[in-house]
Design a protein around this ligand. Structure first.
Ligand code: NAD
Length: 423
């Protein structure tokens, strides 16, 4: 655990000072940051992960501050190109602190592989035959991954579904696999492929697709937080946030953007820790559709004391072993900074970051609107692209905001004025 995730003045520090502060809080050596430097993951290493590689694409990697999860302070590593995301998560986590931060929990890490069966004459009877012989199928699948079984994972059960499709009725066998600290895709795919001949023989059909489902609805993580009324800005702000939430719950157009805000936090931590952003995003899409209608992944309510309570529950298929997590040096560093001991710890950290991000966006939308913050960033980008130094950029940003003019010609004019003293 971090000694404290409230690091005074963190955002004003130099990169070297930030590294030192993070190392201090986490009892890591400063050398851990060698793993996030450009030469730690060059094209040669990258070529081991992907194909046709000719370079490496870099992104900002930082940490959100102020997070307490289940009574423990933690730093939340985030990789994102989007401005304001890490600051917003940190700000929302600060607002959750008076009531103890985030409280989290998870189901067992059950991933599911599907085996699609074609040409089954008697689908209902086949379903019964498969369930009668499920121990045999489970043993066959588990024999593929003794390591997983040794650490307490493996196939825990079988489900058989009958799906009416356009050309025929498919029998679908789901292997329910406890994947412990892995994301689990490779593990369950291997099992499904190995067991499919036996499954097809029992069903008296032909096995076609043998692949996990990203609708990981048996592997859920949840986070809950109470956001302090005074720090939020008072009862009226809470009421407006609730209106913003209710719109997301009722209207898919708003829900998509609401959930995008959640994913700003989620994907940034998933990426920083070397996990599969697409798998998590696919799980989120499927989970956002309840009763056939797309809606908010989170909920917001007012508690008896008048504070705002938020919850978020969603599939979180992430791991500490396998995939890029162990291979990518920056991902290894991020996992060390987050100090997670299990895939469930990581999953819960990620969902807490998603809830924080969601609250931060709702608060801005329900108060000043997003443009004020965005326009000052836009102004800074304009100033930097015109060649301004940091000091000049600060002056230019203030002037553009005062003039409400965010044009490149104004930036150039102000820069010339600063440098020559001539208006
Ligand atoms: P993996 O196969 O590399 O690692 C998992 C294996 O690690 C387990 O099978 C087990 O043998 C071993 N292991 C050792 N210690 C363990 C522990 N404590 N807990 C669990 N397992 C332990 O990786 P994976 O997690 O099976 O697959 C993840 C990769 O699959 C990701 O790179 C993902 O991008 C990719 N993938 C995703 C999809 C998809 O989402 N649709 C499809 C195919 C592949």
């Amino acid at each position: 655990m971090a000694q404290t995730s409230r690091i005074a003045g963190f955002r004003s520090m130099s990169v070297a000072e930030r590294r030192h502060a993070v190392a201090n809080q986490t009892a890591l050596e400063d050398e851990v940051f060698d793993q996030v430097d450009a030469d730690a993951f060059g094209p040669e290493q990258a070529a081991n992960l992907s194909e046709n590689v000719f370079g490496v694409f870099s992104l900002p990697l930082g940490t959100a501050t102020n997070f307490t999860i289940n009574g423990t302070d933690v730093l939340v590593p985030m990789a994102t190109e989007e401005a304001s995301v890490i600051a917003a998560a940190s700000n929302a986590a600060r607002i959750a602190r008076p009531a103890g931060g985030f409280h989290t929990s998870s189901t067992a890490p059950i991933m599911q592989a599907q085996v699609q069966l074609l040409g089954v004459a008697d689908p209902h009877a086949a379903r019964s035959r498969l369930l009668e012989r499920q121990d045999e199928i489970i043993d066959l699948a588990n024999a593929q991954d003794p390591k997983l079984v040794e650490v307490g994972g493996g196939v825990k059960g079988l489900q058989v579904r009958i799906v009416e499709a356009k050309s025929e009725t498919y029998v679908l066998v789901h292997l329910l696999v406890d994947v412990r600290d892995a994301m689990g895709a490779n593990a369950v795919n291997t099992m499904a492929e190995a067991a499919s001949d036996t499954i097809a023989a029992i069903a008296e059909g032909r096995a076609l697709l043998r692949i996990l489902t990203n609708k990981a609805d048996l592997r859920l993580s949840r986070a809950r937080a109470v956001f302090d009324k005074e720090l939020l800005g008072g009862g009226e702000v809470i009421d407006n946030i609730l209106h913003a939430y209710e719109l997301a719950a009722a209207d898919p157009y708003r829900a998509a953007t609401h959930n995008k805000g959640i994913m700003n936090g989620i994907s940034a931590v998933v990426l920083a820790t070397g996990n599969d952003t697409r798998a998590v995003e696919a799980g989120a899409h499927s989970h956002a559709v309840v009763d056939g209608r797309y809606t908010s992944l989170s909920t917001f309510e007012k508690n008896a004391a008048g504070d705002l309570v938020g919850t978020l529950e969603m599939p979180m298929p992430v791991g500490l072993v396998g995939g890029a997590t162990k291979v990518h040096p920056a991902a290894r560093a991020a996992l060390q900074i987050a100090e997670v001991k299990s895939a469930a710890d990581l999953a819960e950290l990620i969902v807490a970051a998603g809830l924080a991000q969601n609250l931060a966006a709702l608060r801005v939308l329900a108060t000043e609107g997003v443009q004020r913050g965005h326009m000052s960033l836009h102004a800074k980008n304009l100033a930097v692209s015109a060649g301004a130094t940091d000091e000049e950029a600060a002056v230019i940003v203030d002037r553009l905001i005062a003039e409400k003019a965010f044009r490149f010609d104004r930036v150039q004019a102000i820069l010339t004025e600063l440098r020559t003293g001539v208006r």
